[in-house]
Design a protein around this ligand. Structure first.
Ligand code: HPA
Length: 233
């Protein structure tokens, strides 16, 4: 059996999935970090690999960009493939005193998306990370000597031409960064019963108009992949 968007056999995807946005990054991470990585789905080119890290079975799959895309994959992974843990590894735009290359663990994700409200009776859901995953990755970072920041982020539906009034509000609420998936992933985790965490590298800065070059973004992703896999294995 497969799902409309994942053409893997049931059983071919591990209980722990790393979820970068870009499917080619999923392939790169799987080929560089996992032993015996096998491609198990390429439906719509949203590549999914399964292999092992230090004896622990892990899958790595692209999510696409934005809550609707990530939510389709996360829902099918949880409902059909029995996935228990989804760790998004991605990039974000920094706000305030975070700098390019900083490593962030998203404890909570506010949002301008209506996705969680649509499924929570119009109420505001407090979309938060799983504490066990958060503390495991924070502990792993400490053992590896990697500085991290743990705090609040914001998931937006608007990449271009967003509301100029948003930035002062993010600063006022001490939100560290902006990206486009975590609030939906965290809300889904609550409803579907899997555990979720977002680990993010600051790839650009909203106030300083700085942007990481592509090679540094690649290194950031490899660092996050290694951190998550070492922390969970
Ligand atoms: N906005 C939204 N998502 C992002 C950004 C941004 O500035 N940077 C990286 N992901």
């Amino acid at each position: 059996m497969s799902t409309p968007h994942i053409h893997a056999a049931v059983g071919a995807i591990a209980e722990t999935v790393l979820l970068p946005g870009d499917p080619l990054r999923a392939r790169h991470l799987a080929q560089s970090l996992l032993s015996d990585a096998q491609e198990v789905s390429n439906c719509r080119n949203m590549l999914c690999y399964t292999g092992h890290y230090r004896g622990v079975r892990v899958s790595i799959m692209g999510s696409g960009m934005g809550i609707p895309s990530a939510a389709i994959y996360a829902t099918e992974l949880a409902r059909v493939y029995g996935v228990q843990r989804i760790v998004r590894v991605g990039t974000c735009g920094g706000v305030g005193d975070v700098g390019l290359g900083d490593l962030l663990l998203a404890q909570s994700a506010s949002t301008d998306s209506n996705f969680n409200r649509l499924q929570f009776g119009g109420h505001d859901l407090s979309a938060c990370a799983d504490f066990g995953l958060l503390s495991a990755v924070a502990g792993g970072a400490s053992r590896m000597g990697l500085p991290i920041r743990v705090g609040a982020i914001f998931s937006t539906d608007v990449f271009y031409g967003g509301d100029a009034a948003l930035l002062p509000l993010l600063l006022r609420h001490r939100i560290m960064a902006i990206e486009m998936e975590s609030a939906g992933l965290y809300g889904l985790a609550m409803r579907e019963g899997f555990k979720a965490l977002s680990v993010l590298t600051v790839s650009d800065h909203l106030q300083r108009e700085e942007r990481m070059p592509a090679d540094q973004r690649e290194r950031g992703l490899a660092q996050m992949g290694a951190l998550v896999l070492q922390s969970l294995s």
